[in-house]
Design a protein around this ligand. Sequence first.
Ligand code: NAP
Length: 483
Amino acid sequence: MNISNKSLFKNKCFVNGEWINSANNSSIDVINPATLKSIGKVPDCGTKETHEAIKKAYESWKNWKEKTALERSILLKKWNDLILANQEDLAQIMTIEQGKPISESRAEIVYGASFVEWFAEECKRVYGDIIPDRFKDKRTVVIKQPIGVVGAITPWNFPSSMITRKCAPALAVGCPVIIKPAPQTPFSALALASLAEKAGFPKGVINILTGDAEKIGKELCSNSLVRKISFTGSTEVGKILLKQSAPTVKKVSLELGGHAPFIAFEDCDIDEAVTGAIQSKFRNTGQTCVCANRIFIHEKIYEIFIKKFTEEVSKIKVGNGLEENVTAGPLIDNLAVEKVKDHIQDAIKKGSKIAIGGKPHDLGGNFYEPTILYDVSIKAKITNEETFGPVAPIYKFSSEKEVIEMANNSEYGLASYFFSRDIGRIWRVSEALEYGIVGVNTGLPSKAEIPFGGMKQSGLGREGSKYGLEDFLEIKYINMAGI
Ligand code: NAP
């Protein structure tokens, strides 16, 4: 591996300030999705290690919450500086385990760090209220306090930023965290922990456990010392965690699956819409929760859009993400490849046509050709399920009313996009879309200062922005009498 700071590549878990193996020394293999070769092993932890980590995190809470916001902010800023100083090494680790092009990994490291920087500032503004009381001799004060130990479970598609988007606000307001990263991408998580250690966070405040998801998840959800679960991943697993957290009545935040509609109206700038479609569909080889999954094009611009979109997709260079000119890496594993194949075959059976792609890439393994399908049936699986791959299904529409109904016809409600230059339409459609995120004339709406999250079965709560702090805080009302 071509990294200059070798100490970033850790193959042990980080608990209570120490690097540990699993209790029985078992481990799991991590595979590079581009080469299908092993990168290394990480501990296979379970219930016992999680129980111990929770105990230690809880013990660390007292001192951590008593630090001032300024003290916590200083540590977060040190962590942010170290992440940025090690950007290239962190990006190399990410591409090797996740597969995304190195330019996307570099961008993710900066994006991930931006949450640390943002919350290092925002924690200084956790304001309370003084509410005018209805009785003369009483005063009413509202303060906000850290909720307690946080269990964070993250996916493989954004191995770094999904961790900082949860940890930074939790740490900023005074909560210790236990992170369970995805088994495909543990090294990015462990590298972040090693930089947190260097930044000087007190022991027990940041903990990372790799291993058995079900066992770690169950212990995090059922242990009453954990007061909050923050999960990013599939809707299916989100529902399990919600259920498991019910007996101890934990606060739960869920960033789940998406099925984003992308609409190009007849009055849009077509080139701008094509750029937006490329960004929102093909970034990370189509493996983002905010990927455009249903592309609705007005009948007046249908042919020209497909022509220009196809031209741009033909320029995507598929390959090992470590090669500088590659713009699309492999899918994460063979299961992901099979799902893409299944969605394409089913769509073709139901009448879709292929503009480009449509088969596994000549490179073999987990590589798949960037694909555009058009004239897609609303009965096709791809219309109703998240593909999580490089397939763009295109549908024709003729009116604003019709396309809003089609766009909202989903159990998901995370991201949506539309392109128009009509200001009246921009307001109308933005308000009508049942999605937590609406990108207007942009395919890239994510940043640290916005509230990221979904409606319906795309989740609960918001991450990033001033709202991202609320999920890690309890509101306390203090009533003073005898004034
Ligand atoms: P996933 O299968 O739900 O896994 C996510 C994480 O949950 C992994 O760490 C996984 O570990 C763990 N997990 C699985 N079963 C568990 C259980 N019973 N208890 C506790 N943890 C469990 O999702 P994925 O395939 O990694 O990620 C893709 C999904 O994430 C897509 O649906 C995507 O839309 C969504 N996503 C959403 C957002 C957002 O912000 N809304 C962002 C990124 C991704 P194991 O793999 O070891 O089981």
